[in-house]
Ligand binder design. Structure first.
Ligand SMILES: [Zn+2]
Length: 287
């Protein structure tokens, strides 16, 4: 039966006088995966009409071109895109409630190269998690599906990148997405990240399930949690908007060696920061 996460930890979301410019009501197709197959005689580019268009982090298929690569990626030119620059002194306050219930999961890891799907992000090291870990935002429950990494970070804080950003991607029963992001800076080694590094697939395209390796996901929710909260998008095509973003303000660390390990596997897989376009960023804090 359905496991209801026991309401454990409540946070309140303090708003300052700002307000969202209202944009996250347009869900441009929650499930656009593979719908280039059905789309239109639009592009001379669709050599592979049954597959999503190929995209990259630089060059002819780089971030500035994503929206033009396929009609399915048109949201990449939207007004509520991610990542963004976060201003530590500028985030407002609000009244939202959060509840995290993160559990442990076995390690099912993949080095994706070209998986262009709303849940399975391409170009990254990704861990698919077992069911049962949730975040609840204002009463709406989102199940964690996977987490993956970007090196360097995609979000910047006061204009600065960190060496690594981790995205925990959640989806609600009605298909809405929420991403909880952790920014790692150099410092002491991180145990969970080391487990991942120790089992990283040797080359792009490989994947493996280590049923005996357990990851404790609760370590990613510190007791004094504080987060930037805003409405954005997937940071990879199809760039769907209406995504709830929680970027933790707490400090997380990884060692220089760990940072190098991720960087050498992922080769700069960060989308540049996007315009805010009037959106407001708040802070959620634990009481
Ligand atoms: Zn991501």
């Amino acid at each position: 039966m359905q496991k209801k996460s026991p309401p454990k930890t409540y946070f309140s979301w303090h708003i300052i006088a700002i307000f969202f410019a209202c944009c996250n009501t347009t869900d441009k197709g929650e499930r656009t995966n593979h719908d280039t197959a059905t789309a239109t005689p639009h592009g001379a580019e669709s050599k592979h009409s049954d597959r999503p268009a190929h995209w990259e982090y630089s060059g002819d298929a780089g971030p500035d071109e994503w929206a033009s690569l396929s009609p399915a990626y048109s949201a990449c030119d939207g007004k509520s895109q991610s990542p963004i620059n976060l201003i530590s002194a500028g985030a407002g306050k609000g009244g939202s409630k959060l509840n995290f219930d993160y559990r442990s999961s076995s390690l099912k890891i993949a080095h994706h190269q070209h998986v262009d799907d709303i849940i399975d992000n391409g170009h990254t090291i990704q861990v698919t998690v077992e069911e049962g870990s949730t975040v609840t935002i204002n009463g709406k429950i989102y199940q964690m599906k996977q987490f993956h990494f970007h090196s360097p970070s995609e979000h910047t804080v006061d204009g600065k990148h960190m060496p690594l950003e981790m995205h925990m991607v959640h989806q609600s029963d009605d298909g809405k997405l929420a991403v909880v992001a952790l920014l790692f800076q150099e410092g002491p080694a991180n145990k969970n990240l080391q487990q991942i590094i120790d089992h990283m697939p040797a080359k792009p395209g490989d994947s493996k399930h280590y049923t005996d390796v357990k990851l404790d996901l609760s370590v990613h929710v510190p007791p004094n949690l504080s987060a930037f909260h805003y409405s954005g998008s997937l940071t990879t095509p199809p760039c769907n908007e209406g995504v709830e973003w929680l970027v933790l303000r707490n400090k997380f660390y990884l060692s220089k060696e760990q940072s190098t390990a991720f960087a050498s596997h992922m080769h700069k897989n960060n989308r540049p920061v996007q315009e805010l376009n009037g959106r407001l960023v708040g802070t959620v804090k634990m009481n």
